[in-house]
Write a protein that binds this ligand. Structure first.
Ligand code: RTP
Ligand code: MG
Length: 159
């Protein structure tokens, strides 16, 4: 059964340590979430251990930036959100802008990374890149949250 075109989708958004450390940037990113009418389904702040980062970024193991990425993500508190919206995954990634800061500043200067990104690694936010990664990442950060129950019971009421 296909899902209706208005259906809400869940995504995982992270505000990375560079942005959580700066109150004005943290607030600006949070305001982007609100002004784009995302529903904040869950939110928490946490400090990752290096092993958590290694697991989360497993797919990048061996890349030249892996070590600094893992160290950066464990360097201070991060904020995790489960966000709901129509096409939430794509919408959040569009709002973030390109990964690389030079590109973000030129191609999407008003995007979150274009506005606040410091370097290619310290780039303010993360967003799930597919339905399957959203599901895996939501489960990693919010193990008590039942996505199936949300889609079956909450989504039809909120739509
Ligand atoms: P993300 O997973 O964080 O949403 O970002 P993405 O898909 O746009 O980027 P990806 O290629 O998956 O890389 C994951 C994170 O690794 C860091 N990175 N540093 N050249 C570098 O120094 C570099 N390249 C990537 C970034 O923090 C990126 O978000
Ligand atoms: Mg990625």
């Amino acid at each position: 059964l296909g899902r209706s075109p208005q259906a809400l989708q869940l995504t995982l958004a992270l505000i990375k340590p560079d942005a959580v450390a700066h109150p004005l940037i943290l607030e600006a990113v949070h305001q982007q979430i609100l002004s784009n009418k995302f529903l904040i389904v869950r939110m928490r702040e946490l400090l990752w251990r290096k092993e958590d980062c290694q697991r989360f970024y497993h797919e990048h193991e061996g890349r030249f930036f892996y070590q600094r990425l893992v160290e950066f993500m464990a360097s201070g508190p991060i904020r995790a959100y489960i966000l709901a919206h129509k096409d939430a995954i794509q919408l959040w990634r569009t709002l973030m802008g390109p990964t690389r800061v030079f590109r973000a500043r030129h191609v999407a200067p008003d995007s979150i990374r274009g506005s606040f990104g410091l370097t290619d690694t310290r780039n303010t936010t993360h967003g799930s890149d597919s339905v399957s990664s959203a599901s895996r990442e939501i489960a990693a950060f919010f193990p008590d949250f039942s996505q199936q129950r949300w889609y079956e019971e909450e989504e039809p009421r909120l739509r």
